[in-house]
Structure formats: C-alpha cells, structure tokens
Design a protein around this ligand. Structure first.
Ligand SMILES: Cc1cc2nc3c(=O)[nH]c(=O)nc-3n(C[C@H](O)[C@H](O)[C@H](O)COP(=O)(O)OP(=O)(O)OC[C@H]3O[C@@H](n4cnc5c(N)ncnc54)[C@H](O)[C@@H]3O)c2cc1C
Length: 612
C-alpha cells in the first residue's frame, strides 16, 4: 500500500517537527514555506558578520528538545549541536541601578534573596520552587502531551485531581506575592509570563512553571543560533525523504466539493499539490481567514484575546558590553510595574516606561559577531495590531480614538524612533554604555513587519493568548472540526506557544493524525475508560469512583484554599468586579464539568461508550 501523502503548510518549528516525525513513520511529506528560508519565528538574521536570532533566544525546558531528538532515534549531540548553559541565567536591571542575577546556583540565589527578604526569605523561595515545580510536573503529565479534542476531554479524573494544584484561577503575581514580600523579587519571579505574551497580573499562576524550569534546568543556548535546532530537524526529515518547497506561499487549502475533506493545496505559482493529509503550521487565525472558506468561527478568532507584539532592534556593535550578561531584563519602577502591563494589554498603548529584554548572543557564542564586538537584540513588548473586525467601543476609525493610527506604518515609524531613544538612554543611564555611537548595523521589526513576514495575525508574536479560556479544549483544536484530513500544529493551537511546547505539541499532532487514519478519533473523558472497562457489572463501582473523585476534588480544593478562605472570597469578589465575564465563565465551566461527570456516570451505568 502507498504511504499517506502529507503536506505541511509552513516551515516553522511546528511544521518542521511534524514533518520529521511523520517522515520517520514512512509518510511521504512535503513542506511548503512562503519565505526563502525555513525557521519562521526561529529564523536567523545575518547582517555583515553579525548573526541575530530573529525570535527565540532562551532555550527553556531542555527535556522537550532532547525528547524530540530521542523520538527520532537520535540525539542533540549526535546531530552536532552544542548546547551551552547561560550562567547566570539572566541579569534583572532595576531603574534605581540595582540588579539581581537569577541563576541555578543555589548559594548565589540564597545570598541575593536574603538581601531583599531577610533571613527567612530563602525558605519562601524554596516553597515557591516546590509550587512552581508542581505546576511544571502536572502540566507535563496532564496537559502538554495530551490532546483536548472536546470539552469532555476536561472531564478526566486525573486532570480534575490536578486542577486545584495548578492554580489556574489565580494570577502569577498574586501567587508569587505569597512567597516574596519585596517588590523587586515579586517582579523578578513574575515577569516571565511575558514569554507567553501575557501580563503577570492576568497570566494563570500555572505558568510559574517557567520560573521553575529556569531555576531547576537552567537556560541554554545552541551554538550557531537558535535555528540550528530546526536545521538539525530538517536534516533528519530529509534523511527520511521529506521534500521542501521554499519561497512559495500556499494560497488556499483545496477541498472536496462538499467541503468535507481536503484534497491538497494550491500554491502561489498556480500549481496544485494533492495530499491525503494537510497540516497547517502557518498562524492558525491567519490560516482560518485566508486559506480556508471564511466562517463566523474564523472571524471570531480574529477577536480572540491574543499575545502582545514587539518592536525588536538588532544591533551590530563595534565594541563589547562587559557589564551586561547574555540575557538581561530591564524593568520599570515598582510603582509602574502593573501599569506598564495594563498599558499594553488593557489600554492598547505603549507604556511610558516599558520593560524590555536584551540578548547578547556573542557573550555565550563568539561566532555571533566579529572579534571584540557584540551583536545585541533588544525586544520591547508592545500592543498587538487591531483586528480588522475589532468590536472595540472606541472604534479605531473614530478620530478621537487613541487606537486610530494603530495599524499604520507612520504610527509605528514614530513609535519605533521614540522607543529607540528611550532604550538607548536607559541603557546609558543604567549600564554606563553609550551604545548609539557604536552601532554599525541595524535591523528593526515592528508589529507590522511581524505580520507581513510570517503572516502572524495582528502581529502577535506568541500566538493566541494563554488565558484559561484560551487553553486546553478552549484553544483552537489540533484537528479541524468538520474538514477531514486537516490538522494544525504550532503556537496558536493546543498545547500553545514557545519552541519547546510547539515541538512537544508536534508529537500530539502526529498521534491525532494516526488515530484519525485508523478511524479511532478518541474523545477522551472518564466515561471511555469506565464505560468500556467496567460495563454493566461495574455500574456501581464506576459510580462509586466518580463520587469519590468529586468528593476528593472538593476536599482538595477546600484544603488548598481553606487556610486562606477569606482571601479566596476576596479574590472571587475582585475578579467579579474586574471581569464579570471571566467569573461567569468559571461558573459555567464548573457546571460543564459537573454535567460531564454526571453524563459519563450515566453512560457508564448503561454501558455505552462515552464517545457516543
Ligand atoms: C520576538 C520573539 C521572541 C521569542 N522568544 C522565544 C524564546 O526565547 N523562547 C521560546 O521558546 N520561544 C520564543 N518565542 C516563541 C517561538 O518563536 C514560537 O512559539 C515558535 O517559534 C512558533 O513556531 P510555529 O511553528 O508555531 O510558527 P512560525 O515560526 O510562525 O512558523 C510558521 C511558518 O509558516 C509560514 N507561513 C505562513 N503563511 C504561509 C503560507 N500561506 N504558505 C506557506 N508558509 C506560510 C511562515 O513563514 C512560518 O515560517 C519568541 C517569538 C518571537 C517572535
């Protein structure tokens, strides 16, 4: 029998990873990429003798990287990649000329933490690590490697038991404030939510898993630049006969007359490529709106909460910057920490004092710039562009709207110049380096160029938001709802954004494809196991298990929260005041979970498999 043919639309991290995995299994794979080179957001920019990572520079969750190479029967070192550990992980600069070096070096952390928090401060740090470590382990176990095909996928006893410990309804900042008292440490241990393009005041506390992996596993950098990881995956996929077509945008996904299954893809050259399966790696919201027939769902995606964008500066210098580390974070004054995020995420404005990230690849990898020079990348988070169907009350077309000029080149040109001057003067003030006079080459990305280069919806650099109602089964699904043979991989589908998560997600996508191919699309849910495994004879056992699970969950939630009951009620009240919708959703979700349990119990009682 002929192997299935698969076309992957887009050669980003997700597309290449899925191509390598499918090719290894014997599929006939073709990757079609719109740009002249592979990599997408992981691309490399070369300017004179300076090399810059276009997007990712922090290699976090290293086990996810090792895992994909292991799955492909090889290893990172066998593929010739050297990973270097950044030590310290990064330096956090405060506006009062103070700084902290976050590191996996525990004695150094103890000394620094006690300087801010007093002699008992280190204990708080250790308790924070235990909690964030639990977030990491539970997320890996129950979320990141699993598919969430329907809302019933949430109704799994193991996930339900894990939920209270994941603190999904508390923000990272609220949670970290339990363990740290000083503003500076609260900031130091929360700003990483920006890796997901979210404010620490909105991001669910679950994402403190990022701080845990930074502390426990460290931050790494692949010698030769971040893209060497993808280059290695490309080589592996080519060893398994994957074909790459570059410089060729896909213009549409070809569908059968009844629109019920895919037949292939149409290329910008006018050519048609037939396929049994199409996997879209291009930004999901873009793809739904540009490569598939428009629907109300595709339009709704354009109004879903999405991550922030960035203005990124890539500077080649004719000097080095000795007092900076490879990774540096510059934070605003404590009094403006929250408002700087609110400006971006709530008011859709550039903060007066933006936080920013500065990366110097040449500090850890000399091949990034000529001798005695540095290559630096400065990433300033800014609001994403407005959706063409924005339903904002302050319509962008209104002359008085502060959002009015937001999507124009002129606006971003002026804003970029203002931010450039601000960054250079902050760097001069805090580090003593007069960088401007040493810039020998420069490149700049803005929300508009992110959108154009990689077709990122609203120029959002990290895909759709990762708020609770945009993850798990609420995130756009890996498998298209109604078009057979169509799948998605990458930042805006499950499990979410960030290179390790996307690489791990490619494994889930391949499992879903294989299950679809053998006609066994699993719908998840406790009832599957209970209904099948126990049958009629196990009705009472099944019912008993469900009741015990419900009681356990309730007890655990109360034990978890009981100590801080008053605070909990305040939190609920505050959340209701700030965002009535979200609270309503939470209650609805609880109702759905309850209904799900009852449904599965009923199905178990009648012996009917839950997927019916
Ligand atoms: C500035 C920045 C900094 C980041 N920092 C980090 C970090 O430090 N660590 C980390 O882990 N993650 C980081 N990320 C996130 C990470 O880069 C992404 O989550 C990840 O690369 C997304 O990969 P993807 O495959 O989903 O999408 P993409 O990389 O966007 O790949 C999609 C591909 O599809 C192509 N495409 C689009 N439309 C078409 C079409 N019509 N036809 C053919 N091809 C098409 C695009 O050109 C692109 O190559 C960062 C991202 C950015 C932008």
């Amino acid at each position: 029998m002929e192997p299935p043919t698969a076309i992957v639309v887009g050669g980003g991290a997700g597309g290449i990873a899925v191509a390598a995995r499918l090719a290894k299994k014997g599929y006939k794979v073709t990757v079609v990429e719109k740009n002249a080179d592979i990599g997408g957001r992981c691309s490399i920019m070369q300017e004179n003798d300076y090399r810059f990572d276009q997007g990712p520079s922090l290699l976090l969750m290293p086990s996810f990287f090792h895992q994909i190479f292991h799955d492909l029967d090889t290893s990172i070192s066998d593929e010739g990649i050297t990973l270097r550990k950044c030590d310290p992980s990064y330096r956090i600069w405060f506006p009062d000329h103070d700084h902290i070096d976050l590191s996996t070096d525990i004695p150094s952390m103890k000394e620094q933490i006690e300087a801010y928090e007093g002699p008992h401060g280190f204990e708080g740090f250790l308790r924070f690590l235990v909690e964030s470590g639990r977030h990491y382990t539970l997320s890996c176990e129950h979320i990141l490697h699993r598919n969430f095909a329907t809302i019933w996928s949430l109704v799994r006893w193991d996930l339900l038991l894990a939920l209270p410990s994941l603190h999904v309804f508390e923000s990272i900042y609220t949670r970290a404030s339990r363990y740290f008292h000083s503003d500076k440490l609260r900031q130091a241990f929360t700003f990483a939510s920006m890796y997901l393009g979210m404010s620490p005041f909105d991001a669910p506390a679950t994402y403190s898993l990022l701080q845990y992996t930074e502390m426990a596993d460290g931050i790494w950098y692949p010698v030769g630049g971040f893209r060497t990881i993808l280059d290695a995956l490309v080589k592996i996929s080519i060893r398994h006969n994957t074909a790459y077509i570059l410089n060729t945008p896909v213009t549409s996904i070809a569908l059968s007359d009844d629109h019920k299954h895919i037949t292939g893809v149409h290329l910008s050259s006018g050519k048609f490529l037939p396929a049994d399966i199409v996997i879209i790696n291009a930004d999901l919201t873009y793809a739904y709106n540009n490569l598939l027939p428009k629907t109300t769902y595709s339009e709704s995606l354009q109004n879903k909460p999405t991550s922030c964008s960035s203005i990124s500066f890539y500077w080649g210098l004719d000097t080095t910057l000795p007092n900076l580390q490879s990774h540096n974070i510059f934070l605003p004054p404590s009094s403006e920490y929250k408002s700087s995020f609110d400006a971006i995420f709530k008011n859709h404005q550039i903060p007066e004092h933006p936080s920013f990230y500065l990366h110097i690849p040449s500090k850890i990898d000399r091949s990034a710039s000529p001798p005695n020079t540095d290559a630096i990348v400065v990433l300033v988070p800014v609001p994403h562009l407005l959706s063409p169907t924005s339903s904002s009350s302050s319509s962008p077309t209104s002359p008085t709207s502060p959002l009015n000029p937001h999507n124009t080149t002129a606006y971003w040109h002026t804003t970029t110049q203002t931010i450039r001057a601000l960054i250079l003067s902050t760097l001069h003030d805090l580090t003593g380096n007069d960088i401007e006079s040493h810039i020998v080459c420069e490149r700049i990305e803005t929300p508009l160029t992110w959108k154009d280069k990689y077709n990122l919806d609203r120029g959002a650099i990290l895909g759709l938001s990762h708020s609770f109602l945009n993850v798990l089964c609420f995130r756009p699904r890996i498998q298209h709802e109604s078009i057979q043979g169509l799948f998605f991989v990458g930042a805006s589908t499950h499990p979410g954004s960030g290179v390790p998560v996307v690489l791990g997600g490619s494994g889930v996508v391949v499992r879903v494809i294989e299950e679809w191919l053998v006609g066994r699309v699993k719908r998840g849910g406790i009832g599957v196991g209970v209904g099948r495994g126990l049958g009629r004879r196990g009705v009472w056992v099944g019912g008993g298990v469900v009741v015990i699970v419900v009681v356990l969950v309730v007890v655990m939630m109360r034990v978890e929260m009981g100590m801080r009951m008053a605070e909990w009620f305040c939190g609920i009240e505050e959340a209701w005041m700030e965002s009535g919708d979200e609270s309503t959703w939470r209650m609805l979700l609880c109702a759905i979970l309850g209904i799900g349990l009852v449904r599965n119990l009923c199905l178990a009682c009648t012996g009917v498999p839950a997927e019916l």
